[in-house]
Design a protein around this ligand. Structure first.
Ligand SMILES: [Zn+2]
Length: 303
């Protein structure tokens, strides 16, 4: 009898142990969001996991595993490009490996239409219809940019809120504006234009590595910085570039001087935020943190 009691107790203890060592994991993502605006996602778990990944808009984004809360957490920053995304449901997929098993979780995010204004601009005619001799240059620059934007690295070097790129932020043209150059419609504005006289110091919004720097036909003096997990920031129309490809930069480091190079109507700083290949509005993120953004998400249990 005594032996039986003891074995019952041992079984109970074992069961309890199995129960407490069982991992519980969740994903957090919004169920609807505005086209063109950045949103935040997470994977969280009570136990260790590896290879966290989020797939969004046909791109798989490698995340980090960090200590957070009562266990582990992976942060992602995602968005959709106003120039080519239509309103509707889009699938988001999370994956990670835990205890030798691959876990998946997915859902839909409804992307809402958002009205971005239209803008008429007058620029040099060669900046609307470039001369034939410039076409191969434009093509090769667009390939360089495409490669830079596919950069996928870990660890996470971005932390929110970002360092504002200029000491004073006054917008001269918003993200998403439908642009009509000399009467001819062109793609929407893929960043924000900030007032800056030529020669103003431009600071890196996040720590990262320069993945492309040079003088391009339309964008003029350009710098692209990769900050991990598909987060890339870019500056256009620079007069002076102070970094080169491969350089590591600190958050807030001066990387360039603003200017009026490329297709412009006057001096300003063009600032783009690219998340997993999608150009999003960079301005709202300047005054928010990922913690605040996550409060608007929906939590779904995985295991
Ligand atoms: Zn611009």
């Amino acid at each position: 009898m005594r032996r039986l009691k003891l074995s019952v107790i041992i079984i109970l203890i074992l069961l309890l142990k199995v129960k407490t060592s069982y991992a519980a994991s969740w994903v957090n993502f919004p169920t609807s969001w505005d086209i063109g605006q950045a949103f935040a996602v997470t994977i969280t778990s009570t136990a260790e996991y590896t290879q966290p990944m989020v797939t969004w808009m046909n791109r798989s984004i490698a995340l980090n595993v960090e200590a957070g809360g009562a266990g582990k957490i992976s942060y992602g920053l995602l968005g959709s490009d106003v120039r080519n995304i239509k309103p509707g449901d889009y699938k988001i997929l999370f994956e990670f490996i835990q205890g030798g098993k691959k876990y998946k979780a997915s859902g839909n995010i409804y992307l809402r239409a958002r009205q971005y204004p239209r803008e008429e601009l007058r620029v040099s005619p060669k900046m609307v219809n470039p001369p034939k001799k410039e076409l191969s240059r434009i093509r090769s620059e667009s390939q360089l940019v495409g490669t830079a934007l596919r950069t996928m690295t870990i660890p996470r070097k971005w932390t929110t809120p970002p360092q504002p790129p200029l000491a004073s932020i006054t917008l001269t043209s918003n993200y998403g504006k439908q642009r009509v150059y000399n009467g001819q419609p062109r793609a929407g504005h893929n960043g924000a234009d900030i007032r800056a006289v030529t020669g103003t110091s431009v600071r890196a919004p996040f720590a990262g590595t320069v993945v492309l720097a040079g003088f391009h036909y339309y964008a003029g003096g350009s710098v692209y910085i990769d900050s991990g997990n598909g987060v890339i920031t870019a500056f256009f129309h620079l007069s002076n570039i102070l970094v080169k490809k491969g350089d590591n930069v600190a958050k807030g480091q001066i990387v360039a001087k603003s200017g009026a190079t490329g297709r412009v109507t006057g001096p300003h700083l063009h600032y783009s935020l690219i998340l997993g290949g999608q150009f999003v509005d960079p301005i709202p993120l300047l005054s928010t943190s990922i913690t605040q953004m996550l409060k608007q998400g929906n939590i779904q249990q995985v295991n």
